[in-house]
Design a protein around this ligand. Structure first.
Ligand code: ZN
Length: 179
């Protein structure tokens, strides 16, 4: 992970985000979401989701088979980035994130969009948690849901996969910055 940090910093710089503080989460496969209003040097303990309404902060979630899920207010006022694998999906972190964003922004679920990133999927994994995340978001009333249905385990040239590499692997860094 330490070896990946310089590459991640370079990629963030290429996006014009070099001067933004990067706030990350401890990620314990739970369903807790932290509200991020200021920089934090240490990963925020005990959470698998980060939500912000503050510009100038980049949220970061590390994944290698679990899904990164972006929930953003379509008016650009707020966004959440969640780590939702098998356990997090069972615990309902995505519905929680949707409700929290609606509560904080006053927007209805139709004012949000949900994007499900690359993650492990059938037949490489027996549980289709990405499909469940979509069902959860639809159940909450979100109308705009994006999923390119990319399986991390199917693309070794492009993605790390915890299962394919039997735990000895890196992590992708998913990020969200309010513009
Ligand atoms: Zn696959």
């Amino acid at each position: 992970m330490a070896a990946l940090a310089p590459h991640q910093r370079r990629l963030l710089a290429e996006q014009g985000l070099a001067s933004h503080p990067l706030v990350t989460a401890e990620q314990i496969h739970g369903a807790e979401i932290a509200i991020v209003e200021e920089p934090s040097v240490k990963p925020i303990p005990g959470v698998d989701g980060l939500l912000t309404m503050t510009r100038g902060i980049t949220l970061g979630i590390s994944v290698a088979d679990c899904a990164p899920v972006w929930i953003v207010a379509r008016d650009g006022s707020a966004g959440a980035l969640l780590h939702s694998g098998k356990k997090g999906t069972e615990s309902g972190i995505v519905p929680r994130g949707i409700r929290e964003l609606c509560a904080r922004t006053g927007l209805p679920p139709s004012g949000l969009s949900v994007t499900i990133g690359p993650c492990i999927r059938p037949p490489c994994y027996e549980i289709d948690f990405a499909a469940e995340i979509r069902r959860q978001a639809e159940g909450e009333g979100v109308l705009e849901i994006h999923d390119e249905e990319i399986c991390t385990a199917c693309h070794p040239e492009r993605y790390y996969s915890y299962r394919r590499e039997k735990g000895m692997t890196g992590r992708m860094l998913a990020t969200l910055t309010l513009g």
